[in-house]
Every structure is written in structure tokens, then in C-alpha cells.
Design a protein around this ligand. Structure first.
Ligand code: NAD
Length: 358
């Protein structure tokens, strides 16, 4: 069966890093993996060409694709536009139009890069955890919301934290399914001692867990989870949590690795269709210089192979190729350390391709 992948390079370093990821896809295609690739515009590039950050044609192609591979969007050029026309709207529009409710953010620290972390190498070396964040519900979307004036003349801001049982069940299932392919441990993070909504979260996650007897489930309050992530992050395998808690904890976990250019992410729907992208932005400060780290995007391809195409063996090969180039001592500027060889974006991509072929 042919798999359709829509590639959206976006803005800034997007086209540079996506070009390297496409070389990896080309190697797999040449080996007979049935992939069809289309390209389209999103973000500032789409705004410049069509007047909107998410053109109808891009949305149509994204709906028809099995997976979307995205570089990054945004940049100073478009910051003065009104919010509805800003590049980031293209991204948010894609996530909501495609119903991508599960955000997967691995935090993996290759032993070769342990010194890049601000934590002691022995605390983080070999870190490999996955945060599964609910992406389309919770307090970021709950109604009612707003700013109103009270009878005493004081203004007050208010938001609503709301999750239905169905929303909790589906994100819990994603987390347990992933845990089955990893270390078979799920830690559900909530604030059940204070928030009724997450009291229900805890209850529903516990019920879903009965369908996964091989997976061990623990619960942790979010304040403790934030602490444990910097104290002993290797205790975690899969963390599942709400939209807002996941937003914060996933950035904290990413920073444990110390290298924003290395980290991939996925956003999935119920049928495992997904959008895959590095966690970093368009890095306007280094765009066009050929120095951006393409490994986060290449590792996003590995996630695409694992979660949408159902090809864990190919995913592992791509991940091993990345590890091999790090073991050879090749480093882009963002992860450079004494004694290593500094390479640019294209050289890094070429080295991964060579390792993949080898
Ligand atoms: P950023 O992630 O683009 O950059 C932060 C720092 O990390 C910069 O110094 C940058 O040079 C460096 N960096 C990022 N990716 C790198 C890579 N692959 N290799 C080497 N260094 C890398 O964040 P920012 O500067 O806050 O935002 C820049 C623009 O990107 C803004 O317009 C923002 O809205 C947008 N943005 C987009 C996304 C996305 O597309 N998903 C995410 C975050 C920010």
C-alpha cells in the first residue's frame, strides 16, 4: 500500500532541515518503501504567495495524506500581521482541522550528548522518556472563558478546565499503546487533590489501564512530576497528561536534553494519521546559513515511520543512523563540543544518509 506524505517546509530554517529529511525518505523509497511525496506551502511562505498561512490547497493535500512532515513556521517578517494571518495560525489550523488530539514528545538524550544538558551527565545520560499530551481539549479550549467586570467594578479573568470521559479515554489509550511498544510503564500526571476535572482524569485512566494488564500505571501530582523530572528523569517511561500540564512538562523535559535541534514530535489522530515536526521553531537568527541541525527533523521521519506507517524496524534504522553520526563525532554548531567535528546542515544530512545506507 502506498503511503502519502505531505511535506511542508515552512519558513526560516524549515526548507534547509526538511531538505535533509527528504534525503532520508529518498533512501527508503529507493529501497522499495512505497512512499508518495507531495509538497505545499504553509506559514509565512504561504502567506506571501497566497495571502493566507493555510491555503485551501494545503489543507486539501493534508487531509488526503497519511502523514504531514513539517519544518517550522514563523519569523520577524510576519510578526506585525494580525493574529489570524500569522504563520503560527497555519500550524494551529492544521492541528485542529486534522483532529490531532495526541501530542507525542519524546525526550531522548544520546549518551554522546550528555554534556549538553544543564544536569549532571549521570542524571540524564541515556534518558528516554515520552510525554503524551492531550492537545485539543482542557483549559486552553474550555468554555466559558473571558475577562469580565464584576459588580464591584473589579475585572476578572476566567477559563474553564473541562475533560469528558471520552477525551480522557482516547488519550489514555494512546499512552498505553505506546507504553506497550516501550518500557510498559505509564505515569499519569494530574492535580487530583485540587481539581475535580483531574480527579475524573485519574479515575478514567485507571479504568483504561485494566485493558493493559502488562503495563504498570502510576499517578503523580503535577508539582511533584515537575520536580522529579529534574531530580531523577530516568524513572519515567511514558507520561500522559492534560493539555496545559503537558505543555509545561514537555518543554521542561526537552530542556533536560540541552539540545533543541535534536528533538522530534508527533501529533496524532485516532487513526494514527499524524503531523511530524521538530520541536524547535524557524530559528530566523541562523536561517539561510546552512548551519541548522537537521536531526530533529530526521528523527521526526523516524516517528512517522513508527507511528503512522507502522514500520518500527525502519524507524529504528533511522534512529541508529543518527546515533552513528553522533558516535563519529559529527556535530552541528548547536551541539558542538571540544574534540568533535563541526559540520553544516547538508553535511550532517549526508552523513545520516551514508550511515543509513551503510
Ligand atoms: P526557535 O526554536 O526558532 O529558536 C530558539 C533558538 O534555538 C535560536 O537561537 C535558534 O537558532 C536555535 N535553534 C532552533 N532550532 C535549531 C536547529 N535546528 N539547529 C540549531 N539551532 C536551532 O524559537 P524562537 O526563536 O523563539 O522562534 C522563532 C520563530 O519560530 C518565531 O516566529 C516563532 O513563532 C516560531 N516558532 C515556530 C514553531 C513551529 O513551527 N513549530 C515553534 C516555536 C517557534
Amino acid at each position: 500500500m502506498s503511503h502519502k506524505i505531505l511535506v511542508l517546509a515552512g519558513d526560516g530554517i524549515g526548507p534547509e532541515i526538511v531538505a535533509e529529511a527528504m534525503k532520508v525518505l529518498a533512501v527508503l523509497r529507493a529501497e522499495g518503501v512505497d512512499i508518495e511525496i507531495e509538497q505545499a506551502l504553509v506559514g509565512g511562505a504561504a502567506y506571501d504567495a497566497t495571502g493566507t498561512p493555510l491555503p485551501e490547497e494545503t489543507l486539501r493535500l493534508a487531509r488526503a495524506a497519511d502523514a504531514v512532515l513539517l519544518g517550522a513556521v514563523g519569523g520577524p517578517k510576519w510578526e506585525s500581521l494580525k493574529i489570524a494571518l500569522r504563520p503560527e495560525k497555519g500550524l494551529l489550523g492544521l492541528r485542529s482541522e486534522l483532529g490531532l488530539f495526541a501530542n507525542l514528545r519524546p525526550a531522548l538524550l544520546y549518551p554522546e550528548l550528555a554534556s549538553a544538558s544543564s544536569l549532571k551527565p549521570e542524571v540524564v545520560a541515556g534518558l528516554d522518556l515520552m510525554i503524551v499530551r492531550e492537545l485539543t481539549g482542557g483549559i486552553y479550549f474550555g468554555q466559558p472563558r473571558g475577562i469580565r467586570t464584576r459588580n464591584d467594578g473589579q475585572r476578572e479573568g476566567f477559563n474553564t478546565l473541562v475533560y469528558s470521559e471520552a477525551e480522557i479515554q482516547r488519550i489514555a489509550r494512546v499512552a498505553f499503546d505506546i507504553a506497550m511498544k516501550r518500557g510498559r510503564r505509564v505515569c499519569s500526571v494530574d492535580k487530583a487533590n485540587v481539581l475535580e476535572c483531574t480527579e475524573l482524569w485519574r479515575e478514567v485512566v485507571s479504568v483504561v489501564a485494566r485493558d493493559y494488564p502488562q503495563v504498570s500505571l502510576t499517578h503523580m501530582y503535577v508539582d511533584n512530576a515537575a520536580m522529579q523530572l529534574v531530580r531523577a528523569p530516568k524513572q519515567f517511561d511514558v507520561i500522559v497528561t492534560t493539555n496545559m500540564f503537558g505543555d509545561i512538562l514537555s518543554d521542561e523535559a526537552a530542556m533536560l536534553t540541552g539540545s533543541i535541534g535534536m528533538l522530534p514530535s508527533a501529533s496524532l489522530d485516532a487513526a494514527h494519521k499524524g503531523m511530524y515536526e521538530p520541536i524547535h521553531g524557524s530559528a530566523p537568527d541562523i536561517a539561510g546559513k546552512g548551519v541548522a541541525n537537521p536531526l530533529g527533523t530526521i528523527l521526526s521521519v523516524a516517528m512517522l515511520l513508527r507511528y503512522t506507517l507502522g514500520k518500527p524496524d525502519l524507524a529504528l534504522r533511522v534512529e541508529r543512523a543518527v546515533q552513528a553520526v553522533l558516535a563519529q563525532g559529527l556535530r552541528t554548531a548547536d551541539i558542538f563540543a571540544d574534540g568533535c567535528s563541526r559540520v553544516g546542515t547538508a553535511q550532517m544530512g549526508a552523513a545520516v544518509v551514508a550511515a543509513l545506507r551503510g
